[in-house]
Ligand binder design. Structure first.
Ligand code: FAD
Length: 523
């Protein structure tokens, strides 16, 4: 028997559900990854995530090769490629780990249908989360929409087996190297793509992909595919985030965090301190197993570590938002997503040129509120933003600027290395008060007191806004409140070196309460 394992957001070999099931059931297992052109094509050419994924794919390929396997890396539309590759290999089944995003679910249905037409099974597994879909339901058999009881149910349901790793190593012998594929699989640059059925199709496909080289250049001999370079993928100048990639990168970050985990409950809220794990991008692309991380945190929690208990809670939030997206896909439907609580769709957000100017100032980190601006400069410069700051800037966009939360959500989607539809949508709807178990709408973060509390010495602000670095620890949170002498001593002219605040927080707060009033009347 032959099985095809399709890697997606699970770029590792250790403790991998789909790989384990394929290896333990099939005599020969081929592994594949597809650079999906539907996802890649709209991205800006300097997107940081593409080189990160590329590095992870390279590392995954060599890990598989060490065990006699390897990765067949394709480029194109998985709905066409997976069934074609499975048929070419004579596979009986395709094994993959489940994805819970609405677009991915639709894609997987199409793949399953195309495979079924060829009598090839499509087998999917839980791997990305600890508990999925409706594994945890309330006493009334409904999905949880409040975190605290969900967390309680999560911890109660946990058994040793839930977090036990998949013993992939025991079955590695079944791994087969990438197959030799016929010329029709290669485009003129020698990169694997959609296979053409016959020469006429090859011609059509080459034209569709905009290739200028002659069709005949492609039609030489069968060969084993390699991994396309970043340039071949269309991202020649993209630079990865400043974080180690691949499973080795995830291990290095975890190693670094292990000693800090015990302090996490005390350090996690301060962006000027190295408190969190920075593992989010690795969880996003599955270079680390969620079971392994939860196991470590749970073991440490049982030994009394308050830091580990708090960190485990964050991992549970991650599961929580995945099951919300699964049960309530309207929150994340591409191009048409709505508030978790429909009454909040009645809110009238600011629009027009002034609102657009405010949005631009928010994106570019020039609102005049230093903590907000420093946070936006962090995401723009690195693709990462500290969790406390994600809450602060999201609240500022919605409740100080009166802008639709979806504008901020889309900006985060474009910029975050760890962008994840479930967590991002959950975070934005929490901050905008439109989500499940959200911040009540009348609770409005004050960007100045947040700054005084969580960056008391202004260390984080000074790092990202050097132009106001010379202000005192007291003045740095609200420079416009500083005495003129203090500003001139620090060599700062507000409006020239750093903006005046673009809104007055107290006024904005009142307007927000009026804006959200509609919710009371439509209830
Ligand atoms: P740590 O503090 O070390 O936490 C460990 C892991 O727990 C994280 O890697 C993440 O997987 C998970 N986690 C932590 N907090 C949350 C949370 N509130 N919700 C869900 N999972 C959580 N997280 C993303 O992974 N992708 C996103 O696109 C995303 N967008 C967000 C948008 C907003 C407006 C807000 C308020 C939060 C968002 N988060 C998102 C959650 C959180 O901010 C990040 O997971 C965290 O900052 C990542 O850094 P870390 O890995 O160092 O986290």
């Amino acid at each position: 028997t032959c099985g095809l394992v399709w890697f997606r957001r699970d770029l590792r070999t250790a403790d991998h559900a789909a790989l384990y099931h394929a290896l333990s059931r099939c005599q020969r297992v081929v592994c594949t990854f597809i650079f999906d052109t539907d996802i890649l094509d709209p991205l800006p050419r300097d997107d940081r995530r593409v080189p990160f994924i590329h590095a992870c794919v390279v590392e995954l390929d060599s890990a598989l090769r060490e065990s006699g396997g390897g990765l067949t890396v394709l480029r194109g539309d998985p709905v066409a490629l997976i069934p074609a590759l499975a048929a070419e290999l004579g596979a009986q089944a395709v094994f993959t780990n489940r994805d819970y995003e609405p677009d991915a679910i639709a894609r997987d249905h199409d793949v399953e249908r195309a495979l079924a037409a060829q009598s090839i099974a499509f087998l999917t597994f839980k791997d990305q989360v600890v508990f999925e879909k409706d594994e945890l339901l309330t006493g009334q058999n409904r999905p949880y929409t409040v975190f605290t009881p969900y967390k309680r149910a999560w911890l109660t349901a946990l058994t040793h087996e839930t977090l036990a790793p998949y013993a992939v190593d025991a079955y590695r012998d079944a791994l087969a190297p990438p197959p030799t594929l016929g010329a029709r699989w290669f485009d003129t640059a020698g990169v694997l793509g959609r296979p053409a059925a016959h020469p006429d199709d090859t011609q059509r496909n080459d034209r569709a992909e905009g290739s200028s080289a002659s069709v005949h250049a492609a039609s030489d001999r069968p060969r084993v595919p390699g991994i396309p370079s970043l340039a071949e993928l269309g991202f020649p100048d993209a630079r990865p985030p400043d974080l180690p990639a691949g499973s080795s990168g995830a291990s290095a970050l975890l190693e670094d965090f292990r000693d800090r985990m015990a302090d996490y409950d005390r350090t996690r809220d301060f962006p000027g301190i190295k408190g969190p794990s920075y593992l989010s991008i690795h969880l996003r692309f599955g270079t680390v197993s969620i079971r392994g991380l939860a196991r470590e945190a749970h073991d440490a929690q049982r030994l009394g570590s308050a830091g580990a208990a708090t960190w485990l809670s964050e991992l549970i939030w991650r599961d929580f938002f995945f099951q919300i997206l699964w049960h309530f896909p309207h929150v994340g439907a591409r191009g048409a997503h709505r508030a978790f609580r429909p009454v909040y769709d009645a809110i009238q957000w600011e629009s027009g040129p002034a609102a657009d100017a405010h949005f631009a100032a928010w994106c570019e980190g020039r609102t005049g509120y230093p903590l907000v601006d420093a946070a936006m400069r962090q995401i723009n410069a690195s693709g990462y933003m500290h969790n406390r700051l994600r809450m602060v800037v999201a609240s500022f966009l919605v409740k100080d600027l009166g802008l639709d939360w979806r504008r901020g959500e889309a900006y985060f989607e474009a910029k975050l290395n760890d962008f994840d539809l479930a967590a991002n949508n959950g975070g934005w709807q929490w901050a905008a008060s439109t989500g499940c178990d959200a911040q009540p709408y009348f609770r409005i973060f004050n960007p100045i007191t947040q700054s005084e509390r969580f960056d008391p010495r202004g260390a984080f602000i000074r790092h990202y806004i050097p132009e106001i670095a010379r202000l005192s620890d007291r003045d740095i949170h609200a420079p416009w409140r500083a005495k003129p002498a203090a500003l001139s001593e620090a060599g700062i002219a507000l409006g020239r070196d750093y903006p005046m605040p673009i809104v007055d927080h107290d006024l904005a707060r009142r307007r927000t309460l009026e804006r959200f009033d509609v919710v009371k009347h439509t209830r």
